[in-house]
Design a protein around this ligand. Structure first.
Ligand SMILES: [Zn+2]
Length: 125
């Protein structure tokens, strides 16, 4: 926010530090947000709210836990990729890593089970 009278940056003060004018939000020039810049909304108490959790990270973790296997592993990897590439802060990285580990381990387990299954069929050769 900037002073309507002299244009000095106000930094949340009630009075302009440069000219002493009382800050009136209806007179002050509003900053136009650029479409690509995400401004983290600051709560009145000064604490920034928790960044939103990546939905795919939750999905990957849940799928890994419930179904296991490659689907949860791939979902978690995609979620990790999304979180690392996102221009906005996103939560759920721990979930995505956990989902990838669980999904990856169960994938390996699945490969062994399927391998043993086929070995049983092909053992006659
Ligand atoms: Zn001023």
């Amino acid at each position: 926010m900037f002073c309507a009278k002299c244009g000095a940056e106000l930094k949340g003060a009630a009075f302009c530090a440069a000219c002493g004018t009382e800050v009136n939000s209806s007179v002050a020039v509003p900053i136009q947000p650029t479409p690509n810049s995400y401004q983290v909304p600051t709560a009145p108490n000064g604490f920034a709210p928790k960044p939103p959790t990546n939905g795919l990270a939750i999905a990957g973790f849940v799928v890994s836990l419930v179904c296991g296997g490659p689907v949860g592993f791939v979902l978690s990897l995609v979620a990790l990729n999304q979180i690392s590439k996102s221009p906005t802060p996103q939560g759920g990285k721990g979930l995505a890593i956990a989902g990838a580990i669980i999904g990856g381990l169960s994938s390996i387990y699945l490969i062994f089970v399927v391998g043993a299954f086929f070995n049983g069929f092909t053992s006659g050769y």
